[in-house]
Design a protein around this ligand. Structure first.
Ligand SMILES: O=P(O)(O)OC[C@H]1O[C@H](OP(=O)(O)OP(=O)(O)O)[C@H](O)[C@@H]1O
Length: 435
């Protein structure tokens, strides 16, 4: 039994909380989670956490946004109730597929002078969205800044010429923002569609026309915001598993322990897949190659890669990207390894390719996080995959009921051991070791 510790479970995964508490030998802390009729979250903690080491368990699944807010409120409640330390235990980390890098090359402005809409390629790389100095460069400013500055210009115009000492006049503003006035503006209209924009290189036009052709929308990048929200709520420590992008840890200035599901998956291969050494480990995309080769190397197995021929530029395009198999799997068992399956498009399309083109005799898919949103389970049931193995980092009871191909590995021991070690100030590096 671990003393002076409180484990509080959120709404996302009660079974995992229960299993972890059994392994720690303590009852779960008493907490009431409810909602106002408008949908706002209400949290009441019934046990004292004063001076205690508190672990709040919430996985990034189900109603992800609601659960995340619930986690933030619970952390904050513990902090204001004088908890000594609060650790957020997030078996599946939400938003980890949205780091602060422009997402798949979409999101930054492509408004480079001279490029016509039809000449964009999948390899077009957007410029950095920053204002150019006077006369330098040919790119326009980002839309948000431009909109803001234009609205300021409208105000300036309505107020008359700037006369305050030090106030820049219209003509002294950066040349990319110089605006031509249309007749309707002169008549007093401030409608945006009547505004003209002129860039330093002389290109320009109506606002809407101007921003449509070269500008793809700026995709919000949630990475640092999610990290900041957790820290701001009062989290002192994060424990998670198989972050989609391990570099995500860099967004935090508190300790992040990123546990691995790999030992569990490796053990499954060794113990449950007959003659596993003649099977081939396959990564379903380049992003997971490192993860998959690590398992192949550890088990002395061959490795193959599925390459998406074209880098799709939209999330919805991913399903249509052409897939190519690199490696020989003919007449062999293929073991797909990935960090997660969400819609299951990636693994089901990969399995089809492995059997139809590659000549694989059997296809396993081993994943840490089985999110299985929408009709993912139906897709798996109808697919060429013979068996899917996931951990219970998110609830799987309902999925197991409707998917006979699904096997679940338990992560409660790994997380409870991590909690025990963190609580006692012991190293948890042993949990990162592979067999
Ligand atoms: O079940 P699905 O909906 O098909 O999603 C699963 C895929 O999504 C993630 O990768 P992502 O597509 O984000 O690309 P990346 O690995 O290059 O980051 C993940 O690593 C899987 O490969």
């Amino acid at each position: 039994m671990v003393r002076n510790i409180v484990v509080l479970g959120g709404s996302s995964h009660p079974e995992l909380v229960e299993q972890m508490c059994i392994k720690l030998g303590i009852p779960p802390g008493r907490i009431t989670l409810s909602k106002f009729s408008v949908g706002e979250t209400r949290v009441e903690i019934q046990d004292s956490v004063r001076g205690k080491d508190v672990y709040v368990i919430q996985s990034g699944c189900g109603k992800v946004n609601d659960n995340f807010i619930e986690l933030l409120i619970t952390i904050s409640a513990c902090k204001t109730a004088s908890a000594k330390r609060v650790t957020a235990v997030m078996p599946l980390f939400p938003y980890s597929r949205q780091p602060d890098i422009p997402y798949n090359k979409v999101g930054a402005p492509l408004a480079k002078a001279g490029i016509q809409k039809d000449s964009y390629t999948f390899e077009s790389r957007p410029g950095t969205p920053a204002p150019q100095p006077d006369g330098a460069g040919s790119s326009g400013p980002p839309a948000g800044q431009l909109e803001h500055k234009l609205s300021r210009l409208s105000l300036d115009k309505e107020r008359g010429p700037a006369t305050a000492p030090g106030s820049p006049s219209l003509t002294s503003r950066p040349s990319f923002l110089r605006r031509q006035h249309t007749g309707s503006e002169i008549a007093g209209s401030t409608k945006r569609d009547s505004q003209k924009v002129v860039y330093a290189n002389g290109t320009g036009g109506d606002w809407d026309q101007h921003r449509q052709p070269g500008y793809k929308q700026w995709v919000a990048q949630a990475g640092t915001l999610i990290a900041d929200l957790l820290t701001c709520a009062g989290a002192d420590h994060i424990i998670t598993m198989d972050l989609h992008d391990p570099q995500y840890q860099g967004f935090f200035d508190i300790p992040v322990d990123n546990l691995y599901g790999r030992p569990l998956l490796q053990r499954y291969i060794q113990t449950k897949i007959p003659d596993y050494q003649s099977a081939v480990i396959v990564s379903p995309d380049a992003g997971g190659a490192k993860r998959a080769t690590a398992i192949a190397d550890a088990l002395g197995m061959d490795f193959a890669l599925i390459h998406k021929e074209r880098r799709p530029t939209k999330i919805t395009d991913r399903q249509n990207a052409t897939m190519m198999l690199v490696g020989d799997i003919s007449g062999r068992v293929a073991i797909l390894v990935d960090d997660l399956a969400d819609t299951s498009n990636t693994i089901t399309r990969a399995a089809k390719l492995l059997k139809e083109r590659g000549g694989a005799t059997k296809v396993y898919a081993l994943l840490t996080h089985g999110i299985f949103s929408g009709d993912a389970i139906a897709r798996i049931n109808a697919s060429a995959i013979d068996q899917v193995v996931v951990t219970n980092s998110v609830p799987q009871n309902e999925n197991v009921r409707v998917c006979p191909k699904l096997k679940v590995l338990d992560v409660s021991s790994v997380f409870s051991e991590a909690i025990r070690r963190v609580h006692h100030g012991e190293s948890i590096s042993v949990l990162f070791k592979y067999d």
